[in-house]
Design a protein around this ligand. Structure first.
Ligand code: 3H9
Length: 676
C-alpha cells in the first residue's frame, strides 16, 4: 500500500513505545489509520526492548470515531474489530492518552487499551445512537465490564459523553493527567504499568443490575418513540450480562449490521453531514470578514422577542429590548426572568447565573437606545406597513455597519430592506417558537444583502446554538412555504370525510411531534379572523363563530383541559360535519395512505420548487429546516431524503393523479431514477 497516508507514526521513550495517530480533522479511524495501528502495534510487540505502549493522538482530539464517510462503501484495510482484539491481547501493557473527544470507535479503541489516562477537559462517550447505530466494535460488551451495567446502559442509549472527571469517578479513566503534560504523564503511567502488566477488558466481570435497562426504556418511551437504535443498544448491554464475551460480541455484530443496513441509520448519518453542510454558503468569497457583534437589540418583548433575547443573554451578549408601552415591557422582561428561574430550579443554571444574564438586559421604550447595537432584530407584529415604518426609523438610528434583521416568518425581506437606505445591511433572521428552545434559524438572504452580513448572521446563529440555514426570499421561506402545502389538503380532507384526529394521528405515527390540526390549535384559529360571527365562509369562520379559538381558550379542533391535554371534541366534529354537509361533497372513507399522499407528497413537491427556484441552496438544507424547525423525525431524514426512500416515481404519479402541478425538477429526477 504505497499510497497509504502516514497517519500513524511512532516514537520511543526508553522502554515505552508511543503510537501516534494523526488524521485530521478528528483522527477518525479511516482504513489507513487501522492499517497504521495494526502495523505499529505489531512492531511494538515484536520488539523485546519495548516494555509498554502508549497510544495518543496529535491535533485537536483523540480518535473521534469510525470514519463515517467509509460507511456503506466497500471495506478497505484491516477489519476494525481484528485490530482492536490484537491491541487488547497485547502481551505488554497499553495505555491510551486521551485529550479532546474519545468518541464511538475512538472510545472503543481506548477500551481495548489496558489503562486510560485523560486530561481533565477530555470527553468520553459513545454517540453512535445519534447516528442510528450502536458501538459495533465491542463497546457494548466492554463498557459494562469497566463502568458497570447502569452507566454503560445510560451511555450507549443516550449517547451523551462523560467529562474526564466523571469518567475517572466511574473507573473509565485510571488517572487524570495535567492539561498540558498528557504525553509525558501517559509515558510515566506506562512505566508504572509495566509492573501491573496487561489488563484485558474482556477478562473483567460485568457488574451492576440489569433492571436499569427496563427503567431506562420506560423513562425514555416518548423520546425514543419510533427509533430502533436506543433499544438495540440496550439489548446488547443486556446480552453482555448473560453471554460469554465472544458470544456477546457476535450478538453486538448482528445488531450493528441490522442497524447499519436499515434506513434509520442511513437517514441519521445523512443528517450528520447535512447539518454541517448547511453552514456552508454558496458563492461567498472565502476570505469574507465577519462583522463584530458585541451588543444586540431586539424590538418586541412578546413571546418571540423574549425567546430571541434569551439566546443572546445565555451566551453573555448584552441585549437592549424595546417595547412601546411600559406594561408590555415589564411583562416581557418578567417572562424572561421566570423562564430562567424555572431552568435554574431544574438545575440548568445557578441562581447567580440568572442574575448575571438578567444584568445583561436593558429594557427600554425608546428605539434611540438601539444606536450602539451591532445587530438589531425586529420581532413585531407581522404586517408589512408596520415593519417598513420601523425599518425606516431604524435606518436613521442604527450606527453605520449595524445589521438590521427581521424575524418575519413570511414577508418579503427585499421590500422591508427597501424602507432603508442600506439594504445591504438588511436580512431575515427567522427564529422558530419557542425561540430559546428550537434549534432552527432561517437566515433569509435579500437580493441586496451583503456577503459579510449574511456570513455574520450565520456565524452568530451558530454561536447562540442554532443550526442556521440560508433561505431565499419567497412567501414563507423554506419551512412555512412547505407547511402551507400540508395544511391546505388537510383542510380539504375534512370536507371529504376525514376527521382532525384521524389526520393528526397519521402524522404522529409518521413521527411528527404534532399533526396539522394540533398545530392550528396551537397557533390559534382566530388569527386573521374577520370577527363577524354571522359571516361563515370557511370552516375556520365556523369554529371562531362557535367561540373555538384553539388551545388559548381550551377549544379548537379538540377540547383541552387546563394542562392542555387534548381530547376529541364532539362539538368540533359536529361543526365539521355540519359545514361539510352544506358542501356538495359526498362523505367517504379516507385511508392512511391517502392522508400521506395528500398531505406529505405536496410538501416534497414544494421543496423541489424551492430548490429549482434557488430559494434553498441544497436539498439537505430543506431537510435540516424540517428536522430542527418542525420536529420531522430524524430517523426519516427530512422530507427530501424521505422522498428518496418513498420513491420519487411513486410521488410524481400520485401528484399527477391529484392534479397537482409537479415541479419539473422532481419529475426529471423521478424519470432518471434519482433521489435528491
Ligand atoms: C462509530 O464509531 C462506529 C463504531 O462504533 C463501530 C464501527 C464498526 N468520520 O463536527 P465538526 C468531520 S460511528 C468522518 O464540524 P467539531 C465533519 O464532517 C462514529 N468525518 O467539528 C467535519 O467535516 P467538514 C462515532 C468526521 O469540532 C469535520 O470532521 N463518532 C467524523 O464541532 C469537523 O467536524 C461520532 O459520532 C467522523 N467520525 O466537533 C462523532 N466526525 O469540516 C462524530 C467529524 O468537512 N463527530 N467528522 O464539514 C462529532 O461529534 C464531532 O465532529 C466532534 C468535533 C465532537 C468530534
Amino acid at each position: 500500500m504505497s499510497d497509504m497516508p502516514q497517519s500513524v507514526t511512532s516514537a520511543r521513550d526508553g522502554e515505552v513505545y508511543v503510537v501516534i495517530v494523526n488524521n485530521p480533522p478528528v483522527n477518525a479511524l479511516s482504513w489507513h489509520v487501522r492499517q497504521g495501528l495494526s502495523d505499529k502495534f505489531a512492531e511494538a510487540l515484536a520488539d523485546d526492548s519495548v516494555k509498554a505502549i502508549v497510544l495518543r493522538c496529535d491535533g485537536a482530539t483523540f480518535i473521534a470515531g469510525a470514519d463515517i464517510t467509509e460507511f456503506g462503501k466497500a471495506p478497505q484495510g484491516p477489519d476494525f474489530n481484528a485490530v482492536l482484539n490484537s491491541i487488547e491481547q497485547a502481551t505488554k501493557p497499553v495505555v491510551a492518552a486521551i485529550h479532546g473527544t474519545a468518541l464511538g470507535g475512538g472510545l472503543e479503541t481506548a477500551l481495548v487499551c489496558h489503562y486510560r489516562v485523560a486530561v481533565p477537559s477530555a470527553k468520553l462517550g459513545v454517540p453512535e445512537v445519534k447516528l442510528g447505530l450502536l458501538p459495533g466494535a465491542g463497546g457494548t460488551q466492554r463498557l459494562p465490564r469497566i463502568v458497570g451495567v447502569e452507566m454503560a446502559a445510560e451511555m450507549v442509549s443516550g449517547g451523551e459523553p462523560l467529562s474526564a472527571k466523571k469518567a475517572a469517578e466511574v473507573g473509565l479513566v485510571d488517572r487524570l493527567a495535567g492539561e498540558d503534560s498528557l504525553a509525558a504523564d501517559a509515558i510515566a503511567f506506562a512505566r508504572e504499568a509495566i509492573a501491573m502488566g496487561p489488563r484485558p477488558t474482556r477478562d473483567r466481570p460485568v457488574t451492576g443490575d440489569v433492571a436499569v435497562i427496563e427503567k431506562l426504556k420506560s423513562a425514555n418511551a416518548r423520546k425514543w418513540k419510533g427509533f430502533d437504535a436506543p433499544y438495540a443498544n440496550l439489548a446488547c448491554v443486556e446480552a453482555a450480562t448473560r453471554l460469554p464475551f465472544d458470544e456477546g460480541l457476535k450478538f453486538e455484530r448482528t445488531e450493528f449490521t441490522k442497524l447499519m443496513s436499515g434506513s434509520q441509520s442511513a437517514a441519521q448519518r445523512y443528517m450528520f453531514f447535512a447539518e454541517r453542510q448547511a453552514a456552508k454558503i454558496d458563492g461567498l468569497p472565502k476570505d469574507v470578514q465577519l462583522r463584530g457583534i458585541s451588543k444586540v437589540g431586539v424590538i418586541g418583548a412578546g413571546t418571540m422577542g423574549g425567546g430571541i433575547t434569551m439566546n443572546f443573554l445565555q451566551k453573555g451578549i448584552p441585549v437592549t429590548i424595546i417595547e412601546m408601552v411600559q406594561e408590555n415591557l415589564d411583562r416581557g422582561v418578567g417572562v424572561i426572568r421566570k423562564n430562567y428561574e424555572a431552568s435554574a430550579a431544574k438545575g440548568r443554571f445557578k441562581p447567580e447565573q440568572v442574575e448575571a444574564m438578567m444584568g445583561l438586559l436593558t429594557p427600554s421604550l425608546s428605539l434611540e437606545d438601539l444606536a450602539d447595537c451591532d445587530l438589531i432584530i425586529e420581532a413585531v407584529y407581522e404586517n408589512m406597513d408596520v415593519k417598513k415604518e420601523l425599518f425606516g426609523k431604524l435606518d436613521a438610528i442604527a450606527k453605520p455597519g449595524a445589521i438590521l434583521a427581521s424575524n418575519t416568518s413570511y414577508l418579503d425581506v427585499n421590500e422591508i430592506a427597501s424602507a432603508t437606505k442600506r439594504p445591504a445591511d438588511v436580512l431575515g433572521m427567522h427564529f422558530f417558537s419557542p425561540a430559546n428552545v428550537m434549534k432552527l434559524l432561517e437566515v433569509v438572504r435579500g437580493d441586496a444583502t451583503a456577503p459579510d452580513v449574511l456570513a455574520t448572521a450565520m456565524a452568530i446563529g451558530k454561536k447562540i446554538g442554532k443550526v442556521a440555514v440560508v433561505a431565499g426570499v419567497c412567501h414563507g421561506f423554506i419551512g412555512n412555504r412547505m407547511l402551507s402545502q400540508r395544511q391546505i389538503p388537510a383542510n380539504a380532507l375534512l370536507m371529504e370525510g376525514a376527521l382532525p384526529d384521524q389526520i393528526d394521528q397519521v402524522h404522529l405515527d409518521f413521527g411528527m411531534p404534532m399533526g396539522p390540526f394540533q398545530m392550528s390549535d396551537l397557533a390559534g384559529l382566530d388569527i386573521g379572523w374577520h370577527r363577524d360571527p354571522s359571516r361563515i365562509e370557511t370552516l375556520r369562520d365556523a369554529f371562531c363563530a362557535a367561540g373555538r379559538f384553539g388551545q388559548k381558550n381550551g377549544k379548537g379542533f379538540y377540547d383541552y383541559d387546563e394542562r392542555r391535554n387534548r381530547t376529541v371534541s364532539a362539538e368540533a366534529n359536529a361543526i365539521i360535519e355540519d359545514f361539510r354537509s352544506k358542501s356538495n361533497l359526498a362523505k367517504r372513507e379516507v385511508t392512511t395512505q391517502e392522508i400521506i399522499e395528500r398531505t406529505i407528497y405536496p410538501m416534497v413537491n414544494e421543496g423541489a420548487k424551492i430548490l429549482e427556484e434557488g430559494k434553498a441552496q441544497r436539498a439537505s438544507d430543506i431537510d435540516v429546516v424540517w428536522i430542527y424547525g418542525y420536529g420531522w423525525p430524524v430517523y426519516r431524514g427530512g422530507p427530501m431524503f424521505w422522498a428518496g426512500l418513498e420513491g420519487l416515481g411513486k410521488i410524481v404519479a400520485s401528484l399527477d393523479a391529484q392534479g397537482i402541478e409537479v415541479s419539473p425538477l422532481l419529475r426529471a429526477k423521478a424519470e432518471k431514477g434519482e433521489s435528491f
